[in-house]
Design a protein around this ligand. Structure first.
Ligand code: FAD
Ligand code: NAD
Length: 164
C-alpha cells in the first residue's frame, strides 16, 4: 500500500474541516492553529474527542506543552480560513479568536470545543491526542466539507436542514 493510494482511497471519505488551536496563556501572541480533518468523536460518557496530528507539525509540540486544545468545526464560508491554517494562502484579516476555558477558538465556526488532553498515543507518523470536552457550543449552518482533496459545500438530499 503506497502513500498515494492511501490518500486516493481515504480522500473518498468525506469529512468536515476543523481548526485545532492551542495557547500557553490567554494572549493572542501565544496562539497556534492548524487545519485538521483527522478529528473524531470518541466517547459520550466521559465526553471525549481525538485529533491526529503529524509528528512534524508544530502543533504536536504545542499541544504537548499546553495540555489543551480547541476544535473549531468550520462553516461552509470558511474555506479561506482553512487554507490559511494549512499554510496556504494567508488571510490574517479573517482570523479572529474567542476564548473558552483558556482555549482560543475561531470566530464564525459552526462548533467550538474546548478540550483538556487526557492521553496522547504515538501512531506511525502522527500522534493521537484524546481530549476531554470541557465546554462546547454550536450554531446552525452549513459545514465546510473536504472530499478528494477539494473543498465542497454540503448538498442536501432531502428537505430537512442539516441541523433539523
Ligand atoms: P504552521 O504550518 O507553521 O502553521 C499553520 C498555519 O497557521 C500558518 O499558515 C500560520 O500562518 C497559521 N497560524 C498559526 N497560528 C496562527 C495565529 N495565532 N494567528 C494566525 N495564523 C496562525 N495535518 C495533520 O497533522 N492532521 C490533520 O488532520 C490534517 N488535516 C488537514 C486537512 C486539510 C483539509 C488540510 C488542507 C490540511 C490538513 N493537515 C493536517 C495539514 C496541516 O494543516 C498543515 O501541515 C499545517 O501547516 C501544519 O501546521 P503546523 O502546526 O506545522 O504550523
Ligand atoms: P490529500 O489528497 O492529500 O488528502 C486526502 C486524504 O488523505 C485526507 O483526507 C487524509 O485522510 C489522507 N491524508 C493526506 N495526507 C495525509 C498525511 N500526511 N497523513 C495522514 N493522512 C493523510 O489532500 P490534499 O488537498 O493534497 O492535502 C493538502 C495537504 O494537507 C497535504 O500536504 C496533505 O498531506 C495534508 N493533509 C494531512 C492530513 C493528515 O495529516 N491527517 C489530512 C489531510 C490533508
Amino acid at each position: 500500500v503506497t502513500a498515494l493510494h492511501m490518500r486516493k482511497a481515504l480522500g473518498r471519505f468525506a469529512s468536515g474541516v476543523t481548526i485545532v488551536t492551542t495557547a500557553e496563556c490567554e494572549d493572542e501572541d501565544s496562539v497556534h492553529g492548524m487545519t485538521a480533518n483527522a478529528f473524531t468523536s470518541v466517547s459520550l460518557d466521559p465526553p471525549l474527542v481525538l485529533v491526529s496530528i503529524a509528528n512534524r507539525a508544530k502543533m504536536n509540540d504545542r499541544i504537548a506543552e499546553t495540555g489543551k486544545y480547541g476544535v473549531s468545526i468550520l462553516a461552509g464560508d470558511q474555506e479561506p480560513v482553512s487554507l490559511h491554517f494549512a499554510g496556504a494562502a494567508q488571510q490574517p484579516d479573517l482570523v479572529r479568536f474567542v476564548w473558552r476555558r483558556g482555549v482560543p477558538l475561531l470566530e464564525g465556526a459552526l462548533v467550538h470545543l474546548a478540550c483538556t488532553v487526557v492521553a496522547s498515543y504515538p501512531a506511525g507518523d502522527h500522534t493521537l491526542h484524546v481530549g476531554r470536552v470541557e465546554q462546547l457550543s454550536y450554531d446552525d449552518g452549513h459545514p465546510l466539507v473536504f472530499y478528494t482533496g477539494s473543498f465542497r459545500s454540503l448538498e442536501l438530499l432531502g428537505r430537512d436542514e442539516p441541523w433539523g
